[in-house]
Design a protein around this ligand. Structure first.
Ligand code: ATP
Ligand code: MG
Length: 635
């Protein structure tokens, strides 16, 4: 394929999307060719590769059997159980066929839903690929969610089967899944007929409901030699439903197609992630998140790479574990999140030096704003390119990337770069809907058609899809609900969510800008900024800071000194208007299980309100920290 420059390819992808994507579509195997590249006759719904039939599992697995049958496809590493298992493409193919046969025997066929509520074990991926093989629709529910969240997703997806395990492990502690599943099935209006359980032997007290609960190992034995035909599906056939992580309210079932997704991911593997067949990729996310779907499972396998699936934390047995894995498996491409890197930043710096990470070409980070100090710290320590990329569960792959094309783009710290192929990104003025000038703040929107790989609709609710994403700005564009600005060189800077705006005496301030300023101070490890209602000013700025050295703020003197220094930093960088009225020191910030700050809950507490729905909260202790800090502002 000719390798045009980023600028030329991006222009082509916007001006002649059908030409651009017809070419990219050659990256995957079609059983029957598509008759049209794009059907956009019913905007905002876009159908890509109309009439083409394909299969995600075939493209991710079967297709590699000829060229690389013995190359590792998946390497499963658990620092929780000490297990380490490698599966070649041939072995992966066999496991997926067995799992598909098991699911088929339970009545799972084309279009049927399967909920996968699993820890990070290889069987979770076998189940995803088995669904794809059968043309069934998987919905992976993050294993950290409790019964209530699971039940609401079950009722929305109405699965035939729920695929689970006895337990997951986190930081050396077992999390028993089965009691949560039982509770969820009691709460649910539409429980599945059967529950298939991978018994890891962690829950010694595993209870089974006769007639409903089945043991995966037993069923697998019955299908050891299974060969299950691939179900070729039309390109628009849903491959999966993934509920958004819910930082901002009721989760939505993001529905993904098959053909468009495969093409988008295959394209991204070359242009954005630079992953070649045979290379090893290590994505530290969880299969319950979109990053896991796209870059633990489908992306690397479509590209014929080796993908690492990791169960464990970044700091156990110590903070060198990820770099040990990089060295051992000669990882070339790594993908993680800013939160994880900030966790590592608080650990012993020697951990970063212990292993030879020279195989690593680049480290991709996504999911939340990547502040400059964190980016610089990890980039200097590892001597690799750190590449920020910005996207959403809805888009399935990056909208913006610091490496958007084939040639390297000069980096600007703090910016996730430029629009990726197919994404026609605009920044619009919140009120007028007009494009904003360079350096001005606007809402980041995408002019449809959304490129291949993005959500086709909200599962079972076309009206909600249109209403949620396309009702602002005269129904003309997809709204990301994020603020951004663009500089004169065309680089974008994400300024936070559209609802994360603080209005101080009529001045609109993004939480992100103030957080950036605060975290530029050397004494700060992490920070959350929220607006708190104020009679005089409308809102005032409150900052919650995790100090790099907890001892430095342990007494009132240290507390006041750092507070003063931080206020001066904000004054200097943004002006006194953005200065926090109060800085609270905490040891931990409340986050979702996916590592996103729960600013709404912090704000609620700061205003003396109920913190709201906490089902996605990672560590309840963090909210308590905020509560205590508010009660005892002197530190
Ligand atoms: P919900 O939509 O249910 O409230 P969510 O938006 O947290 O949940 P995701 O789709 O996982 O769920 O997160 C996407 C959001 O994460 C983006 O809209 C943006 O706010 C933020 N984000 C992702 N990547 C970046 C990045 N590189 N820089 C800044 N922000 C990012
Ligand atoms: Mg969102």
């Amino acid at each position: 394929m000719p390798q045009a420059s980023y600028a030329d390819s991006h222009r082509l992808s916007i001006e002649q999307p059908e030409v651009f994507w017809a070419e990219q579509a050659q990256r995957i195997v079609w059983q029957q060719p598509f008759s049209r590249v794009l059907d956009f006759s019913q905007p905002p719904f876009a159908r890509w590769f109309v009439d083409g039939t394909t299969n995600l599992c075939f493209n991710a697995v079967d297709r590699h059997l000829l060229q690389r049958p013995d190359q590792p496809a998946l390497v499963y590493i658990s620092t929780e159980t000490g297990q380490e298992t490698s599966y070649s493409y041939r072995q992966l193919h066999a496991e997926v066929n067995r799992c598909a046969a098991v699911l088929r025997a339970q009545g799972v066929g084309k279009g049927e839903r399967v909920i996968i509520y699993m820890p990070m074990i290889a069987e979770a991926i076998f189940a995803m690929l088995a669904c794809a093989r059968l043309g069934a629709i998987h919905s992976v529910v993050f294993g950290g969610f409790a019964s209530h969240s699971l039940a609401s997703r079950i009722d929305d997806a109405r699965p035939k089967v729920l695929f689970t395990a006895d337990a997951g492990m986190r930081g050396g502690k077992a999390i028993h899944y089965k009691p949560l599943v039982d509770e969820a099935l009691k709460l649910a209006q539409h429980p599945p007929q059967s529950v298939i359980i991978v018994d890891r032997g962690i829950d010694q007290n595993l209870q089974r409901v006769p007639g409903r609960d089945l043991d995966y190992a037993t069923l697998r034995e019955q299908h050891l030699q299974a060969s299950v035909d691939v179900e070729w599906v039309e390109s628009s056939h849903p491959s999966y439903i993934l509920y958004t992580s819910g930082t901002t309210g009721k989760p939505k079932g993001v529905q993904r197609d098959t053909g468009g997704y495969a093409v988008a991911l295959a394209t991204s593997m070359q242009y954005i992630y630079g992953g070649q067949a045979g290379d090893c990729m290590f994505t530290t996310s969880d299969i319950g998140w979109v990053v896991g779907h796209s870059y633990i499972v489908y992306g690397p396998l479509l590209a014929g790479m080796t993908s690492i699936i990791y169960e464990g934390t970044p700091v156990r047995p110590d903070a060198a574990i990820w770099w040990k894995i990089v060295e051992q498996y000669q990882v070339r491409v790594m993908f993680s999140s800013p939160t994880a890197i900030r966790v590592l930043k608080k650990q012993d710096p020697a951990c970063l030096m212990r292993h030879d990470v020279s195989s690593l070409k680049s480290l991709y980070l996504a999911g939340e704003p990547l502040d400059e100090p964190t980016a610089r710290w990890i980039s200097d320590a590892l001597r690799v390119d750190v590449i920020d990329n910005y996207w959403q569960t809805e888009t399935g792959w990056p909208i913006l990337s610091a490496q958007p094309g084939i040639e390297p783009l000069p980096k600007k710290f703090g910016s996730p770069g430029k629009p990726v192929y197919g994404f026609n990104v605009k920044l619009l003025h919140e009120a007028s809907g007009e494009p904003v000038a360079d350096e001005e703040k606007g809402v980041l929107v995408i002019k449809p058609p959304l490129p291949p790989g993005c959500l086709s609709t909200v599962w079972g609710d076309d009206a909600r899809f249109v209403k949620t994403y396309f009702s602002n700005f005269h129904q003309q564009v997809y709204s990301s609900f994020d603020w951004a600005r663009r500089d004169a060189d065309g680089y974008y800077f994400i300024l936070g969510r559209a609802d994360d705006v603080i209005n101080v005496a009529g001045h609109r301030l993004g939480t992100r800008e103030i957080e950036e300023a605060l975290s530029s101070h050397a004494g700060v490890a992490e920070v959350a900024v929220v607006g708190v209602a104020d009679e005089l000013k409308g809102q005032v700025v409150a900052a919650f800071v995790v100090a790099k050295d907890a001892a430095s703020v342990a007494d009132a003197t240290g507390h006041q000194a750092l507070e003063k220094a931080l206020m001066a930093t904000v004054d200097q960088q943004l002006g006194a208007i953005a200065r926090p009225a109060k800085i609270h020191f905490v040891a931990l910030l409340p986050k979702t299980r996916s590592g996103k700050l729960l600013r709404r809950s912090i704000q609620a507490l700061a205003e003396g309100r109920d913190p709201g729905d906490l089902t996605t909260l990672d560590d309840p202790g963090a909210l308590e920290q905020v509560r205590q800090a508010l009660l005892n502002p002197a530190g």
